[in-house]
Design a protein around this ligand. Structure first.
Ligand SMILES: *[C@@H]1O[C@H](CO)[C@@H](O)[C@H](O)[C@H]1NC(C)=O
Ligand SMILES: *[C@@H]1O[C@H](CO)[C@@H](O)[C@H](O)[C@H]1NC(C)=O
Ligand SMILES: *[C@@H]1O[C@H](CO)[C@@H](O)[C@H](O)[C@H]1NC(C)=O
Ligand SMILES: *[C@@H]1O[C@H](CO)[C@@H](O)[C@H](O)[C@H]1NC(C)=O
Ligand SMILES: *[C@@H]1O[C@H](CO)[C@@H](O)[C@H](O)[C@H]1NC(C)=O
Ligand SMILES: *[C@@H]1O[C@H](CO)[C@@H](O)[C@H](O)[C@H]1NC(C)=O
Length: 363
């Protein structure tokens, strides 16, 4: 086997795709992604003339908002400088766009007439945590998607409606999660909490999330790998914290964990137990931008391992294969080791037998 084609020298790749946002402000107006059932247009600003909507649409529409004719269940009130909710929201509203305003609190009767709300967009306002918000939300029994990124919340609102499927609370000021606050959310699959002030995760904080797929706790103040995470999580993001090690049983019980991101932490080899990543469900492991000095032991079933920008000086084949044989080999497809203290000529001779299905090696 000729190894040369595998050796690519690409020092910094990925900065461009890393910054792609999941917000889609492009595309055809009012088009709903049929596959995800999600609206693809979060704002009509700059797309259509407000007065045109008002002139041609006979349905009632709050003065502060735009009501598209083609999509009567949507109400666009984003980017209006609003300090409170428009009054008389039409009862037909199921998609309410209120992002990019200055709303800090909601009046007690704000949602009395919009009990059919399924999507509520409140990103980039100044919402504060208070009981009124909790009470209002608990009455929205049909709500499935709640966007409250970039607000001033200091806690997760209690009384969240039990039908929620996604809850986005990234970039708030949340310092702790009260036990049981998610306990009724049996359908929640996505929970964003990155960019908050979480230092520890208390016992019971995530109980009652049997369907959770993606949990993002990146960019918080965690100093240890948190205990008490929901065991059904498949994508766990813990990048940009201050985690220095992982114990032997950190990942015990995570039967479905596939993607684990721990980049930009303070991981060091002494703190990393040899069996910490011994989890055969893992597909992708991101340990880039840490302080590792040697390659950690990973399961042979792992497909993608990112170790770039560490302090790695030695490549230890036993990290990837404890034994090598016809059926004992690493299934790794992509291995990134660039930005370390190692050069390709330092690779031990036997690595090819172990990493025999590798597509790309960056070194
Ligand atoms: C709810 O609808 C009723 C009847 O249309 C109206 O009188 C009331 O002002 C509405 N309340 C709000 C908060 O929009
Ligand atoms: C919540 O719903 C209950 C029952 O439907 C109703 O009596 C109450 O006024 C609602 N509260 C708010 C704040 O809308
Ligand atoms: C929300 O936080 C920002 C800073 O993050 C601050 O400028 C603003 O005054 C806060 N708003 C409220 C209502 O507290
Ligand atoms: C959860 O989802 C299922 C299937 O889509 C649905 O039947 C059920 O009513 C939902 N649960 C709640 C509390 O909305
Ligand atoms: C990895 O886990 C399996 C069971 O899940 C166990 O049998 C094995 O001893 C573990 N290996 C290490 C190195 O901890
Ligand atoms: C490679 O790692 C194994 C355990 O994972 C260790 O026993 C061995 O000493 C390491 N080899 C070198 C050369 O550091």
């Amino acid at each position: 086997m000729d190894v040369r084609p595998l050796l690519l020298v690409l020092p910094v790749l990925g900065l461009s795709w890393a910054s792609t946002l999941d917000l889609d402000y492009g595309g055809v107006p009012l088009w709903i992604n049929r596959f995800l059932g999600e609206p693809s247009v979060f704002s009509l600003r700059g797309r259509m003339d407000s007065s045109w909507y008002r002139a041609v649409n006979s349905q009632s529409c709050p003065l502060e908002c735009d009501c598209p004719i083609q999509w009567p269940s949507a109400l666009y009130c984003d980017q209006r400088g609003l300090h409170s909710l428009p009054s008389s929201l039409p009862a037909r509203t199921q998609y309410l766009f209120l992002q990019d305003n200055s709303i800090s609190g909601l009046q007690a009767d704000a949602f009395t007439n919009v009990t059919r709300l399924r999507w509520l967009f409140l990103d980039r306002n100044q919402l504060l945590s208070d009981q009124a918000l909790a009470t209002l939300l608990s009455n929205l029994t049909r709500l499935e998607n709640l966007f409250m990124n970039h607000n001033n919340l200091t806690e997760v609102p209690s009384g969240l409606p039990p039908g929620l499927r996604q809850l986005r609370l990234a970039h708030n000021h949340i310092g702790q999660i009260s036990p049981g606050v998610f306990k009724n959310l049996h359908n929640l699959t996505l929970l964003l909490l990155q960019g908050n002030r979480l230092k520890t995760i208390r016992e019971g904080a995530f109980t009652g999330l049997p369907s959770i797929n993606l949990l993002d706790l990146s960019n918080n103040l965690l100093e240890e790998f948190p205990k008490h995470l929901p065991p059904s999580v498949q994508q766990l993001y813990l990048s940009e914290n201050s985690i220095s090690g992982l114990s032997q049983d950190c990942l015990k019980g995570f039967q479905s964990l596939r993607y684990l991101r721990l980049s930009h932490n303070q991981l060091q080899n002494p703190g990393l137990a040899p069996g910490a990543f011994n989890l055969s469900s893992l597909v992708e492991l991101d340990l880039s931008y840490n302080q590792l000095t040697s390659t950690p032991v990973v399961p042979t079933t792992l497909l993608y391992l990112y170790l770039e920008a560490n302090l790695i000086q030695e490549f230890n084949v036993s990290s990837f294969c404890s034994t090598v044989g016809p059926r004992d080999y690493s299934h790794m497809r992509i291995l990134r080791l660039d930005g370390n203290r190692m050069a390709s000529h330092q690779l031990p001779a036997d690595w090819v037998m172990c990493l025999r299905v590798l597509h790309h090696l960056f070194i």
